[in-house]
Design a binder for this molecule. Sequence first.
Ligand code: SF4
Length: 362
Amino acid sequence: MTNSASPAPFPKRRTLRSGSDLVQAGLAEPGRAALIDRAGGIFPVAVTPHLADQMAAGDVLARQFVPEGEELAADAAGRSDPIGDKAHAPLRGIIHRYPDRLLLTPLLVCPAYCRFCFRRESVGQKDAVLSDAELDAALAYIESHPEIWEVILSGGDPLMLPTRRLRAIMARLESIPHVAVIRIHTRVPVLDPARMTLALIGALDSAKAVYAVLHCNHAAELSAETRAACAAVIKAGIPVLSQTVLLAGVNDDAQTLETLLRALVAMRIKPYYLHHPDLAPGTAHFRVPLARGRALMRALRGRLSGLCQPDYVLDIPGGFGKVPVGPDYAVPAGNGWRVTDWRGGTHAYPGGPRDIAGTGPT
Ligand code: SF4
């Protein structure tokens, strides 16, 4: 017999998509529901059941996925196309910024939406999935450009594709002689690890070199399920690297980064990039000064094995590409160099005019 006075149990096993969903799940205070819905009208709100299980109101996961008031504040530095994708998009689904590699984005959908997303103007919005004809045209573009050595499947999240469609894309890429490497950028193992079935992982199998790059910002994202999903990808013969966005209030201190980077390497995941946050609109509350990022990288040097060191990179606004912006350990001094060790001690290193001018053999 049921007690008709008790509230209906909250359906925890569905993605939370509104202010009232988040309030009912205890992940936001009741007074914030309207604000969350306003923010969700600009960039969708989605919190998967897995994330909701890991998250508590106000923690580092909630900060990444539950909108805060600052998201709606004026943001003078924000840009609608923060890394200049549009200047390098010859057709839908292709971003061709560098000569030898490009991004193929078959869909702009993710299981959950990170509030700092640098593609928030296109991800999760209307027309988020390429039609068959558009996908065919994007693949034909790759076929007709023999300089393309590496294809980066990104989005959105390519592991949101139906298994059959993902397998078909992988097969078509495998058939292109000049494509040597296929890279998969994903956050699915963190956001919805149950999606990482052996069938989905099997769809990534290829005669070409396949790498996966996991987006992970905090050790709290590495649940047992996430670890198992990553282990299954590695067991399938796919090396996994990681990328982390440096985010104020989430991971902008040396101890948090150290814990994350050690955990990743212990999972056999090689840290690849630490991204300086991009100038996406409504994300000012996540931005960290560049000088702070450089100081953090300096603090990690020596404290952590070289295996744990990511490249600290900045995507230059306007579409000019990614560059390392970590600290300089060697600067010209007199006829040589002044080199700084990890403790801050400085040392002279000999050089000559040719060396200083950078005209030595490459
Ligand atoms: S997973 Fe990546 S593309 Fe998707 S919302 Fe997060 S940052 Fe944006």
